[in-house]
Design a protein around this ligand. Structure first.
Ligand code: 5AD
Ligand code: SF4
Length: 440
């Protein structure tokens, strides 16, 4: 979400006449986009802002700004921590950044724009230059209140962008050569559940889908030029029969989902207020894989949530094995101010959080390698990106499961097309193979 907000901001600033500096040192305007999900991320942003503002001693005209979740969380209190910061812009006000910069250029400083939770956000639809893939925000904020999470406070309640706006944005991207879009939201399958997103005259779904997110998937995937559609992040409650059907029926929707599980223990899931049990989570993924055996799953896990015993942790380990995740992001619990969990005792010692973190990472490495081994000899459909970053003589692209695939180019292969690659070597993070068919 932050990557998309940064990219949109780059585009709106360019439209306002600014140009991209070659590097940070040369920049006259620097904006730090901040994350509040864990304390460490905020500490890093504060540290960076301190260093940047110190450079104003030699470069008094340099403008330093802050955007994102920490800007929203702290409001004007940020100026107590970073007095020389020029401006700070909350999560639903990215569109205001060019005006804030203009005000600072006219002599103002220490200015803020913070959104109120009930306002209708103005979502920038601009994209800066890009390759073949683009992020498209469809759902802002979150209506869940997971006990540990600050996102509902800093990104506000759920707001779904009208379907017409989303489709217009994807159509414009397709005209600019984008082949793959990733639809973004916190619980992305909740799209359209809280408000009307289709106007009465919008065409009905050809497959008869009634749930707004499935209708949107169908409409986006039928836009000419769009070869692939992804969406993230999911919640098991969104894995309805209709969603499973939509993903399996629509040929260009990738068989991959980032479905954060957070814990495998029912006691911890309940304390976290996740709204599902271990069995319900496993059932959701079983239903996806029953119709799509190649379905790739990635997840997020928190270790050391208040009250997490060794037994609870072992249940997370066993769930991760049962779910056979392709990749997992493991986080040590970090209390966030104002969240329900912040009132609970943070009783798992740091060293124990570290131990659990490392164990899950090691398990995941083994599992990820085994999953890649199983792909040996398989043929993967890859969106060809062009020369690989590491070795320009070889090309790379991504599989539907979002794995990097490296191969030797062949004469009629064009970047931005789908090609079939037979996998003949695997490494923990990368697949290697040879082109067996091109679509270019
Ligand atoms: N502490 C640690 N990890 C957290 N996450 C969210 N809040 C916290 C927290 N307070 C993790 C969750 C989420 C991911 C984006 O960050 O795993 O899915
Ligand atoms: Fe945070 Fe839970 Fe919402 Fe995800 S679903 S953003 S973890 S409150």
């Amino acid at each position: 979400m932050n990557v998309r907000d940064s990219e949109a901001t780059e585009a709106t600033l360019k439209a306002a006449g600014h140009t991209l500096a070659a590097n940070e040192n040369e920049a006259d305007l620097i904006i730090v986009n901040s994350c509040s999900v864990r304390g460490k991320a905020e500490d890093k942003a504060i540290g960076k802002l301190g260093l940047l503002c110190a450079t104003k001693r030699d470069r008094p005209n340099r403008i330093i700004g802050l955007m994102g979740c920490m800007a929203q969380r702290l409001g004007s209190d940020i100026f107590k921590k970073i007095p020389r910061l020029d401006f700070s812009v909350g999560t639903r006000r990215c569109g205001a950044i060019p005006f804030m910069v203009a005000r600072v250029m006219a002599g103002e400083t220490n200015i803020t724009e913070i959104s109120s939770p009930d306002e209708i956000p103005d979502v920038p639809d601009a994209h800066s230059e890009h390759g073949f893939s683009a992020f498209v925000t469809i759902l802002l904020g979150c209506n869940r209140r997971c006990a540990y999470c600050i996102v509902p406070d800093v990104r506000g309640p759920e707001f779904s962008r009208p379907a017409r706006e989303v489709l217009a944005e994807v159509t414009a991207l397709a005209h600019q050569g984008v082949k793959e879009v990733t639809l973004l939201g916190q619980s992305v399958m909740n799209y359209g559940l809280m408000q009307q997103v289709w106007t009465p005259n919008d065409p009905q779904s050809p497959h008869g889908f009634k749930e707004p997110f499935s209708r949107l998937l169908e409409a986006v995937s039928s836009i000419p030029g769009i070869l692939r559609v992804r969406f993230t992040s999911g919640h098991p409650s969104g894995c309805t029969d209709e969603l499973v059907k939509a993903v399996s029926l629509l040929p260009n929707v990738c068989h991959h989902l980032h479905l954060p599980v957070q814990s495998g223990s029912d006691a911890i899931l309940s304390a976290m207020r996740r709204g599902y049990t271990r069995a319900a989570y496993l059932d959701a993924i079983r239903r996806l894989r029953a119709v799509m055996p190649d379905f790739a799953l990635t997840t997020d896990v928190i270790v050391g949530f208040p009250g997490e015993t060794v037994q609870d942790f072992e249940e997370t380990r066993s769930l991760m094995n049962a779910a056979d995740f392709d990749n997992a992001f493991i986080f040590k619990y970090s209390p966030r101010p104002g969240t329900p969990a912040a009132a609970m005792k943070d009783d798992v010692p740091e060293t124990e959080k570290m131990r659990r973190n490392q164990l899950l990472l090691a398990d995941q490495d083994t599992r990820g390698e085994a999953a890649n081994q199983r792909l040996m000899g398989s043929v993967q459909e890859v969106l060809v990106e062009g020369a690989s970053l590491r070795n320009a003589a070889r090309w790379s692209g991504r599989s539907p499961g979002n794995k990097i695939v490296v191969f030797d180019p062949v004469p009629d292969l064009t970047p931005g097309t789908l090609a079939k690659i037979r996998i003949n070597r695997v490494a923990p993070q990368t697949l290697y193979g040879e082109v067996v068919q091109t679509n270019g």
